[in-house]
Design a protein around this ligand. Sequence first.
Ligand SMILES: Cc1cc2nc3c(=O)[nH]c(=O)nc-3n(C[C@H](O)[C@H](O)[C@H](O)COP(=O)(O)OP(=O)(O)OC[C@H]3O[C@@H](n4cnc5c(N)ncnc54)[C@H](O)[C@@H]3O)c2cc1C
Length: 394
Amino acid sequence: MDFRFTEEEETFRKEVKAWLKEVIPQRWYDLGPGIWEETEEGWAISRTFQKQLGQKGWLAPGYPKQYGGSEMTIGKQLVLSEELARSDAPVSVETAIAVSWVGPTIMLFGNDEQKDKYVKGVATGDLVFCLGYSETEAGSDLASLKTSAVEDGDEFVINGQKIWTSYAHYADYCWLAARTDPTAPRKYDGVSMLIVDMKSPGITVRPIINILERHSFNEVFFDNVRIPKENLVGEKDKGWYELMIALDHERSPSGGAAGFAKVLEVLVDVAKKRKIDKDPNIRQKIAQVAVAMEVSKVLGYRVAWMYSKGLHPNYEASISIMKASETLRHQAEVGAAVLGPYAHLRRESKWTVELGVIERMLLSCLSIGIGGGTNEIQRNIVAQRGLGLPRQKM
Ligand SMILES: Cc1cc2nc3c(=O)[nH]c(=O)nc-3n(C[C@H](O)[C@H](O)[C@H](O)COP(=O)(O)OP(=O)(O)OC[C@H]3O[C@@H](n4cnc5c(N)ncnc54)[C@H](O)[C@@H]3O)c2cc1C
């Protein structure tokens, strides 16, 4: 099997690299990794960049041209996402939420007006979405969600609370899972997917500060929030299927492996600088990460290939995201071994190495393998849908 890219794809890679070099401002790199969540300046740079990507049809390259994409081949999409990751471009989870998870689901289940407004809006970089799934008593067991949406004339009235809602404080809209039929016999039934304008009266967004002392997720309270009925996506009470499709998209990493490669380069470089590159223990650890990275990359390619063939990856996506999250944790641990005490220094320290990238990885990797379903839940999916083992009693 030949995993190399074609000559045309490699030419496209050069074009992407040159363009990224031209448009990403140096200030972005000076601010340091992970900054988009922390400062208004970082966020503004990232929004501007994403609109520039959108103008080229590169923000949602796989979308139809009609909806702001460029109908790019899967090979070129991989090249593009690899180069975005490699250049530490100002795109992040908030981009993926709108472009890679919500957009494709609305494309599948939404009507023409919804596609025109929301799918096009995310492809141009104009709309930011947050995901209103988890509740205090509904995480892994998402079907237990209680937030209600009750029909009242031409509107739904929403009441309830969501938690861990990433980027709700920036989002224009929430892609909300709500219970529209509390009498349904099975808890998977009676759930609908709604698009909620985050400026609607009755919404309160309360920050949750994470271990990195960043504000990336929130609690969101809905107190008699009214939205027009036209914001229901797909069929009422049948939203569980939409939710599962959106989650499969969330579990389908693509260019992440290129980001891994960048960290690997840092590890090799620092090992040389610290003159521990001949230490057999360190060499073994770095080589193991390199192998894990390659495996993760190929698993991601498989998921991308399935999409390109019109197939819908399910347990394959779960395998891919699990391996990606484990690789990230593995990288952080090896980073700690290679950097020694420097690994724990923050970006602000005058002794910091590589702008504190490993310190951030060490802390952020604690939450990786939870968002989008924990790794235990991914393994359950692999057991049940991949291996045909019986369904677990919940
Ligand atoms: C960085 C990050 C971003 C997030 N962003 C969002 C967001 O934008 N929107 C949103 O709605 N949610 C978001 N979440 C929430 C996330 O989806 C939930 O945290 C996750 O689904 C787990 O739910 P929980 O926290 O309630 O844990 P629980 O469901 O309470 O799980 C606790 C533990 O029990 C294990 N467990 C539970 N059930 C089973 C089972 N059946 N088999 C085996 N083990 C099991 C879990 O694996 C876990 O280890 C985010 C989470 C993180 C970490």
